[in-house]
Ligand binder design. Structure first.
Ligand SMILES: [Cu+2]
Length: 144
């Protein structure tokens, strides 16, 4: 009986923690990362998972001090050819939804890397949303 009581207490604490996290109304960012910039190219890309807050939002721009210019891009496959294009309207993040920026899809394009991005370092990426929210995330550079 005593064991059962302890289990109830643990469950109550866990539920409390989840409810607390869910009350946040801004977009949150999970696992920001980037690929190392190859020495032959001066472009790099950042990826992350955007988790919607309590209302719809749109990631409208991103920036990093390490890039001369930064754009939001989407990679797509047309007739077997991989190409990417800017998404001028931004990346929509639905309320309580999840949007992944990942290789082969949406990404933050870093054009004109000022100094190579090396595996193991962390690069600050600033995000701006249509709601006016801004966030600075630390993208871990890794070989993936
Ligand atoms: Cu791109």
């Amino acid at each position: 009986m005593r064991v059962f009581g302890a289990a109830i207490l643990v469950l109550a604490v866990a539920v409390g923690a989840v409810a607390c996290g869910g009350s946040d109304d801004a977009v949150s960012v999970d696992d920001p990362w980037g690929r190392p910039s190859p020495s032959s190219a001066d472009n790099a890309a950042f990826y992350m998972t955007l988790i919607g807050g309590s209302s719809d939002d749109v990631l409208t721009s991103a920036g990093s001090a390490r890039c001369t210019m930064t754009e939001l891009h989407e990679t797509s496959m047309t007739d077997g050819t991989m190409s990417m294009a800017p998404v001028p309207s931004g990346i929509a993040v639905p309320a309580n939804g999840t949007v992944k920026l990942e290789p082969g899809g949406y990404h933050v394009m870093c054009m004109g890397v000022k100094e190579p991005l090396s595996v193991g370092e962390s690069v600050d990426v600033e995000l701006t949303f249509s709601s006016g929210e801004t966030a600075t995330v630390s993208a871990e550079i890794r070989d993936e």
